[in-house]
Design a binder for this molecule. Structure first.
Ligand code: F6P
Length: 323
């Protein structure tokens, strides 16, 4: 393999730049030529591809977002779109790809391999942490810290006004951000899609808290929870328990931005490095993962099946400590 391409795809995540930097520099150090592909699969289809040197990735390790931009490409979902993408890669002599993204991006990479034989390796970049086979994804730690910082601020005003705040955090299909940030913030309740949500149980808990002189509370809801989100939970609480003055905060895309934490920068550096080393060693159609202290290579097929479990022990801790 002489030439590889690097791209970011799907929702951006803090640390993607650190991963691009690591992949570019590892490739150059191993005698490969590197090409940056802008706007993910869409840029691949449109031939938005440029050669990259070491200086192109200077001063980006600390920056959020992605210098290569990102997109969710509808055209790539079609066989014609993928054929155009593969043709462009061949035009540039690109034999291997490092894809930094989440499950949708890896599905795309997998199809590109099956249909056109393009050798692709993934570095998990998503704040959701919903990929099987890695303890953490790039951006997750930073997003959790962003939530914690915001909820600490909400606590101050909640305590001053004796209010209940229902805070919605990201996590389309998963409760990882909600669970970890909820424990870190001492939330009174955490609602996640992985466990059933019973509004009457939540209300009973708030009632008991109130009777123990807890006059301000924080409930964290993952956006994918079956309750329907923060506004629905707030309405249900208001209708059944009127002691609290209820407020809703939706943290939204603020969770995707900002400078990556030291943890994410190191993780991203390890993953970018391991991705290129993996490609050189003939590993493809796999995602780089970190399990404990080990770097592992997990088949895309396993990584994207949405079967990563929430840590039951953390759920138990959250439940016990919030009483
Ligand atoms: O997958 C990452 C994520 O941030 C989800 O948590 C969220 O539901 C989604 O992306 C939002 O996507 P968009 O930026 O397209 O609104």
């Amino acid at each position: 393999m002489k030439r590889i391409g690097i791209f970011t795809s799907g929702g951006d995540a803090p640390g993607m730049n650190a991963c691009i930097r690591a992949a570019v520099r590892t490739a150059l150090a191993n005698g490969l030529e590197v090409f940056g592909i802008y706007r993910g699969y869409q840029g691949m289809i449109e031939g938005d591809i440029i050669p990259m040197q070491s200086s192109d990735v200077s001063n980006i390790i600390q920056r959020g977002g992605t210098i290569l931009k990102t997109a969710r490409s509808e055209e790539f979902r079609t066989p014609e779109g993928r054929a155009k993408a593969a043709e462009n890669l061949r035009k540039y002599g690109i034999e291997g790809l490092v894809c930094i993204g989440g499950d949708g991006s890896f599905k795309g990479a997998s199809v590109l391999y099956e249909e056109h034989g393009i050798k692709t390796i993934g570095a998990p970049g998503t704040i959701d942490n919903d990929l099987y086979g890695t303890d953490s994804t790039i951006g997750y730690d930073t997003a959790v810290n962003t939530v914690v910082e915001a909820v600490d601020k909400l606590r101050d005003t909640a305590a001053s006004h004796n209010r209940l705040f229902i805070v919605e955090v990201m996590g389309r299909d998963a409760g990882f951000i909600a669970l970890r940030s909820g424990i870190a913030c001492g939330a009174e309740a955490i609602l996640v899609p992985e466990t059933p949500t019973y509004i009457d149980v939540l209300i009973q808990k708030l009632r008991e808290g109130w009777s123990r002189k807890k006059h301000s509370s924080i409930v964290i809801v993952a956006e994918g929870d079956e309750s329907g989100g923060a506004y629905q939970v707030a309405e249900a609480v208001k209708a059944n328990f009127n002691k609290y003055d209820v407020r809703v905060t939706i943290l939204g895309h603020i969770q995707r931005g900002g400078s990556p934490s030291a943890y994410d920068r190191v993780l991203a550096s390890e993953m970018g490095y391991a991705a290129v080393k993996g490609l050189i060693a003939g590993k493809y159609n796999v995602m780089v993962g970190r399990q404990g202290r080990e770097i592992v290579y997990v088949p895309f097929e396993k990584a994207i099946k949405h079967n990563k479990e929430l840590n039951r022990y953390l759920l138990e801790i959250a439940e016990t400590l919030s009483r």
